[in-house]
Design a protein around this ligand. Structure first.
Ligand code: ZN
Length: 244
């Protein structure tokens, strides 16, 4: 089975379309949350994702906030301003879709899915080997797929030495998933933060047991124009051209 794994689209419809076109035919799509927040097209993104067949979709911290189930005070200035805008423009059906997403970690075959981490699915960032090490105790499957940090990478647990290794993955390289426990992050579709502005996602093959991180160019200027048109913070437009 070929699975498209993606996360953190953040209302960037142009980036989402580029990813779906680039991924081609897949058997399943696993979306790790944060469909909304920051970008100009929350409704178009929610509609497009809701129409994907064989979809498993997690709730992200921005998704729960946009539906009013969480105080926006927990977000910093630009993120909060963007969410206030989304709260106003999201349609009832987009809201319903976001509200129905699961905020708990979920098991799909050999993989556990979570937005941030299996220990704290909505909020915790797995950014270094220390936070990864703690989280290896919080899932039973061999693999765990997370988003939230917007960094395409993988963490590997060496059970003999009890050490965790962090690997920045190389796009288009296919990684063989041995029997080691791993935490894998496909990166962010709509707002990459690793200085590569191209939209990020990954293809997981559960028969070949491989993970292929991918990057794809999209029309950044188009999304920037729409961010400015919507009156969203200028920083949201600047950062997607630079990947931070
Ligand atoms: Zn995010």
């Amino acid at each position: 089975m070929r699975v498209l794994v993606m996360s953190d689209v953040h209302a960037n419809y142009a980036a989402l379309q580029a990813v779906l076109a680039d991924a081609g035919q897949v058997d399943e799509t696993w979306c790790l949350g944060d469909l909304v927040g920051y970008g100009p097209d929350p409704n178009a993104v929610v509609e497009e994702i809701s129409e994907i067949s064989n979809l498993t979709c997690m709730m992200g911290n921005h998704d729960i906030a946009a539906t009013g189930k969480l105080s926006l005070e927990t977000f910093n200035g630009d993120a909060r301003r963007s969410l206030l805008h989304h709260e106003k423009v999201l349609t009832a059906s987009s809201m319903d879709f976001l509200r129905a997403l699961t905020s708990q970690a979920k098991i799909c075959g050999e993989a556990t899915l979570a937005h941030g981490s299996p220990r704290d699915p909505l909020w915790e960032y797995i950014l270094n080997s220390l936070s990864a090490r703690i989280n290896f105790e919080h899932f039973e499957t061999q693999l765990c797929f997370v988003g939230h940090s917007h960094i395409q990478c993988l963490f590997e647990l060496n059970e003999r030495s009890d050490r965790v290794q962090l690997n920045q993955t190389t796009p288009d390289k296919t990684y063989k998933l041995s029997s080691k426990k791993m935490i894998l992050n496909p990166g962010s579709v709509g707002q990459p933060r690793d200085r590569d502005p191209r939209a990020a996602y990954a293809i997981y093959d559960n028969e070949a047991m491989t993970w292929t991180p991918r990057r794809v160019e999209y029309n950044v200027a188009e999304t920037q124009g729409r961010i400015r048109e919507a009156g969203l913070p200028e920083k949201n437009a600047v950062r997607i051209a630079e990947g931070w």
